[in-house]
Ligand binder design. Structure first.
Ligand SMILES: NC(=O)c1ccc[n+]([C@@H]2O[C@H](COP(=O)([O-])OP(=O)(O)OC[C@H]3O[C@@H](n4cnc5c(N)ncnc54)[C@H](OP(=O)(O)O)[C@@H]3O)[C@@H](O)[C@H]2O)c1
Length: 336
């Protein structure tokens, strides 16, 4: 295990990262966040996780996105983060914006899933222990629970903030009507919703529709964190010529080979030509498409190497996508 002492790069805030205000709040978020869904759990290489997190911070990324059940195994991405807090990041805690979530299956029995007050608050207490933190910066309800009164779930977020376990509250994967209700409820309870976290990429564009989540959140003064901006790697050169042995699809971690249909593969080859015409890789153009939406606060990257991280950061300097390029790209890739 790499236990080398880490000193953050003195250049980290002049390394090309941009920061954007999260809704109508005091918080600036780095345009890219680092996500811990894959590649940070107990099955992954710790030294690689350490290298990626340190590289991210050195390049100006201040936002780190976790959830109770990230791994695999569940909980172990938070444990890796906790080890890295102790090894490398304790002196930098106040420069970091750390988020976690509860809402999906985490432990056995009736209290380890969905949106009850009991689940959310006990899960947050568990997360703080694994993360080796006294508080998280942002705690999300990870999904809308149709069987729990929304006031109960949102009330748990209010308690999380008012008890000092979290500085801000957020929601993820909520339908539009529930998000609208949540924004009003949280504001009325002195805990304005800081951020909505949603899936946004060239293959999943629902939130960009007029009146959908991006418009609703912008109007309400709530930020937006975009996840899976590369459709878990589909929107890169990773699968253009087969399924590499070291890829997420080969490991069948959520991304399964049936998602790479012949029709999609054909579209990806056409997209590769459009990206090349901009002098970019697929990943850079796909990320630029998300980053350049003015309603998006931060784009959460999932990377398996420092090399991927560095490629992806180049999207910050990508030329604006012209209306003609946008029309060509969006008509080439059919939303799924
Ligand atoms: N709120 C929610 O419900 C929710 C859901 C999902 C994710 N998230 C958050 O969003 C984060 C990002 O999600 P994601 O991991 O699905 O993001 P993503 O950016 O769509 O996919 C990341 C994967 O794409 C591949 N990749 C990345 N850059 C590449 C490059 N330059 N060239 C080739 N391949 C590249 C890597 O796969 P290989 O491993 O194959 O190299 C990487 O693991 C998560 O870590 C999590 O924090 C939140």
């Amino acid at each position: 295990m790499d236990t080398t002492t880490y000193t953050a790069a003195a250049t980290r805030y002049n390394a090309g990262m941009d920061y954007r205000r999260c809704g109508r709040s005091g918080i600036l978020m780095s345009r890219f966040s680092l996500g811990f869904w894959h590649n940070f759990g107990s099955i992954s290489n710790f030294d690689n996780a350490k290298a990626m997190m340190e590289a991210a911070f050195d390049r100006g990324i201040t936002c780190f996105d976790l959830a109770n059940n990230y791994g695999p195994a569940y909980g172990t991405a938070e444990e890796t983060f906790g080890k890295l807090m102790d090894l490398s990041f304790r002196p930098y805690r106040d420069e970091m914006f750390v988020t976690t979530k509860a809402g999906y299956d985490m432990w056995d029995g009736p209290y380890g899933n969905w949106g009850s007050r009991k689940y959310l608050l006990s899960s947050l207490d568990q997360s703080l222990k694994r993360l080796h933190l006294d508080y998280v910066d942002l705690f999300y309800s990870h999904r809308f629970d149709p069987n729990t009164p929304l006031d109960e779930t949102l009330g748990a977020l209010v308690t999380a903030v008012h008890s000092g376990r979290a500085l801000y509250a957020g929601i993820s994967n909520y339908p539009v009507e529930a998000a609208d209700y949540a924004y009003k409820f949280l504001k009325a309870h002195d805990t304005p919703c800081l951020c909505y976290q949603g899936k946004l990429n060239l293959l999943v564009r629902q939130h960009t529709r007029p009146g959908d989540i991006l418009d609703l959140s912008a109007d309400a003064g709530v930020g937006y964190a975009a996840f899976s901006p590369l459709a878990e790697g589909l929107l890169t050169d990773r699968y253009l010529n087969g399924i590499p042995a070291d890829s997420r699809m080969a490991r069948r971690e959520h991304l399964t080979p049936d998602k790479l249909t012949p029709a999609l593969l054909e579209q990806l080859h056409a997209f590769a030509k459009l990206a090349a015409a901009r002098g970019e890789t697929l990943a850079e153009t796909a990320l630029a498409w998300v980053l350049q939406d003015p309603r998006v606060t931060t784009v959460i990257l999932g990377t398996s190497s420092v090399r991927q991280l560095d490629t992806n950061l180049r999207a910050l300097r990508a030329a604006p996508i012209t209306p003609a390029e946008r029309a060509a790209i969006e008509s080439t890739l059919t939303p799924q």
